[in-house]
Design a protein around this ligand. Sequence first.
Ligand code: GRF
Length: 207
Amino acid sequence: MGVTGKRTAILISGRGSNMRALVEAARAADFPAEIVLVISNRPAAAGLEFARAAGIATLVIDHKVYADRAAFDRALDAGLRQARVDLVCLAGFMRLLTPWFVERWLDRVINIHPSLLPAFPGLDTHRRALEAGVKLAGCTVHYLRAGTDDGPIIAQAAVPVLPGDTENTLAARILAAEHKLYPLALRLAASGATARPGAGALFNPAP
Ligand code: GRF
C-alpha cells in the first residue's frame, strides 16, 4: 500500500465498487495516495463491509440524525480533520455538500460521475443518455464545486452506446470504465499532476 502518500478518505452511500477499485489500486507500492478512512452516510452501506475486512478505518455519519445539511457537513469536516485527511474521493456518495464544505475543502475533493460531463449531470444519467440518443457515453472524475457534478475535469473515459442497450447494460459498461478511471484520476490528483485544476484536459485513457 502507498503508505507515504496523500492521506485519502473515500465517501460512499451504497455498494462501494468504486471504493473497492481505489483501495485495490492504492495497494501498489508506488501509489501516491493511502486510503486511511471510509465514511458512509448510510449505516447499511454494503461497501462498509469490504472496507472493514480490508482493515481500513470506517466511520458512519448518518445524515438522518442531523438537523440539516450544515450540521451534517460540520460532522463530516470534523471526521476528516480528526483523521488528518488530505484528499477526499466521493464514490457513489449520494449527498449534496454545502458551499461551506466545498470551499473549506476546495481542490481536495474529487467526484466520479457516470457521464461525459458537462452532459447529463445529476440523477437518471443513463436513462437520459439513452433518451438523447448519444452514441458515446462514459464517466468523468472532477474536482468538486458547489454545483451538482460541476468542477474542473481531471480525467474522462468514453464507452460506446450499443444497439439494444438498456439502462442496466449501459450502466454496467460505464461502471467497468469507472473502475479503471478513478484510480488513474486519484493518482493524478495525489501526485500533484493536477496542481492547477482547470488548466485544461489532463488525460484521456482508453477505456
Ligand atoms: C457509480 O456509477 C458512480 O459513478 C455514481 O454512483 C455509482 C456508485 O457505484 N456516482 P459504487 O457504489 O461505486 O458501486
